[in-house]
Ligand binder design. Structure first.
Ligand SMILES: Cc1cc2nc3c(=O)[nH]c(=O)nc-3n(C[C@H](O)[C@H](O)[C@H](O)COP(=O)(O)O)c2cc1C
Length: 497
């Protein structure tokens, strides 16, 4: 199902009993975080929350705040218009099966072609609800008027998430940019710290496509147009967080996910297009070379990330729906909403991983690893050192390069059962023989490496050892009950109950 608006998605969640409305005024300064954190930590991710009267600087905002809207397995599937995420994985599998690719690059390009064939290509439209209300933020008028009389970022109920945060942060922005050389579009979720009423930070980390586009503009010494959208069909927000390869258009991918083209309108003050059905559009630019300290921010690592220089985003215009709703999230000590977003991405792209690693059975990134820190993979092992081959392959694949610990287990271990994986890890490894430590780029937000952006990663081969793997004894048999005994005890227990 394609959602015509973010509101439509929230109504669907409400009808399914997946959304709680909060009618009382609640402060955007810490209190929405505390409420949402409790919800996200409750069983299965709790419910989505709609704060109808968010308070900013003592005043009730006219825009409600929605949070935790994708924070459960059910809700992320609903966000993508499906009964379950596996439906999407199956569709991707079908596209890849139509003409089996020989390698990963061909796989992605086939996926791209397949998506095109599914009529997911974006469509141009003349106008859209996202421009129902237009506020041109002319800096000269702003300076000459009291700031409270002018529409600005102050009107949007942006959260101060954690007590020692450097300010208020837009946490779920879809940041639209273009490569000035190829014209290729990119949409990524990069948080934005509000500096004042019309400037923010732009936190695209060095490895991300937004930063690469930015570098091209800096080299040309040209002002970089940037459009930030909030809300609309959640398929786009998901696509913007997904680790798609550089060049696979998120708007196209979102069209594939929602089974309907995304309609795009031209921005009012910059040469970029944005989805017509979003709630807010922040139009503006990044000036080459201009940097400002950003942070601290209570991050998805569970710690505050330190202050660092990041590019500055200048707003030229804000447009919005008349009935706009502000979508947000919080990150912090896991589990949080972002776990479900990342988990869905792994499940959707499992067929692509399997294409590259035919031995791969299943894979997961447990919540405790906050995405990059921990990966569990199960494989059907055939030859010595195959577990190491899989680890090295994963470390070479896009954002999997950040994986700090990879644990490889045999196919009969359920990677979604952390206890089972830890049992195999402890039982089946001799640390000196079964581990490897490599150097690789690390997540910019990881505070543990001695230097930012570079570090070491560790792989554990917790599979049973084969001849040729330097194991000189008989590998023991794993305990397993007979099916007959199990059936007999099932019957006996039924009688006893
Ligand atoms: C809630 C949330 C917040 C995020 N914040 C940032 C951020 O501030 N900076 C960043 O570089 N990536 C952030 N990410 C991760 C990127 O969105 C993700 O790596 C995405 O694939 C980047 O897109 P790109 O490859 O097109 O650059 C965030 C992800 C989520 C789910």
């Amino acid at each position: 199902m394609a959602y015509g608006s973010f509101r439509h998605f929230l109504e669907t969640l409400e009808q399914a009993g997946e959304l709680t409305r909060v009618a009382d005024p609640v402060d955007t300064n810490l209190l929405i975080t505390e409420w949402a954190d409790r919800e996200m930590k409750s069983s299965g991710g709790g419910k989505a929350l709609l704060f109808e009267q968010p308070v900013v600087d003592g005043k009730i905002s006219k825009f409600p705040v929605a949070i935790n809207t994708m924070g459960s397995r059910n809700r992320i599937a609903t966000a993508l218009g499906r009964e379950s995420i596996e439906e999407i994985a199956q569709e991707i599998q079908l596209i890849l099966k139509a003409k089996p690719p020989t390698d990963l690059r061909e796989g992605w390009s086939l996926l791209k072609q397949g998506i095109h064939l599914l009529h997911a290509r974006p469509k141009q439209v003349k106008d859209g609800p996202c421009q129902e209300v237009v506020h041109l933020l002319d800096p000269s008028t702003l300076n000459s008027q009291p700031s409270t009389s002018v529409f600005s970022l102050r009107e949007i109920p942006i959260l101060k998430c954690w007590p020692n945060d450097g300010g208020r942060f837009i946490t779920l922005p879809n940041v639209h940019t273009r490569d000035p050389e190829t014209g290729a579009r990119n949409v990524g979720v990069y948080r934005m710290q509000v500096f004042d009423e019309r400037t923010t930070a732009m936190h695209w980390q060095v490895h991300k496509v937004g930063a690469r586009h930015g570098k091209r503009y800096y080299e040309r010494n040209e002002r970089m147009p940037v459009a930030v959208t909030l809300g609309g069909d959640p398929a786009l927000s998901f696509a913007a967080t997904a680790p798609l390869p550089d060049g696979l258009d998120e708007i196209l991918f979102a069209g594939f996910l929602r089974r309907k083209s995304i309609e795009m309108v031209q921005c009012k003050t910059i040469d970029l297009e944005v989805p017509a059905n979003v709630d807010f559009v922040l139009e503006g630019y990044v000036q080459p070379g201009e940097m400002r300290p950003e942070g601290p921010f209570g991050d998805h690592t569970g710690y505050y990330t330190a202050v660092e220089d990041y590019p500055v985003f200048h707003l030229t215009t804000i447009t919005h729906r008349r009935d706009a709703i502000y979508p947000t999230t919080i990150v912090g000590i896991p589990p949080m909403e972002d776990f479900y977003i990342g988990d869905a991405a792994v499940r959707i792209f499992l067929p692509v991983f399997k294409m590259n690693f035919p031995e791969l059975v299943d894979m997961t990134l447990p919540a405790e690893g906050v995405f990059h820190n921990l990966v569990f993979v199960s494989i059907r092992k055939q030859y010595p050192y195959q577990a190491f081959k899989v680890m090295h392959g994963l470390w070479g694949m896009g954002q999997m390069m950040f994986s700090k610990y990879i644990v490889v287990v045999d196919e009969d271990c359920d990677v979604h059962n952390t206890s089972d994986v830890l049992f195999r890890l402890c039982a089946n490894t001799d640390p000196a023989r079964d581990t490897t430590v490599i150097k690789n780029p690390s997540d910019s937000l990881d505070h543990a490496p001695s230097e930012q952006n570079i570090g070491s990663h560790m792989g554990f081969d917790a599979t049973r050892k084969l001849p040729g793997e330097n194991y000189h004894r008989q590998w023991p048999e794993l305990l397993k009950m007979t099916d007959e005994a199990k059936a007999l005890v099932d019957a006996l227990q039924k009688k006893t109950r």
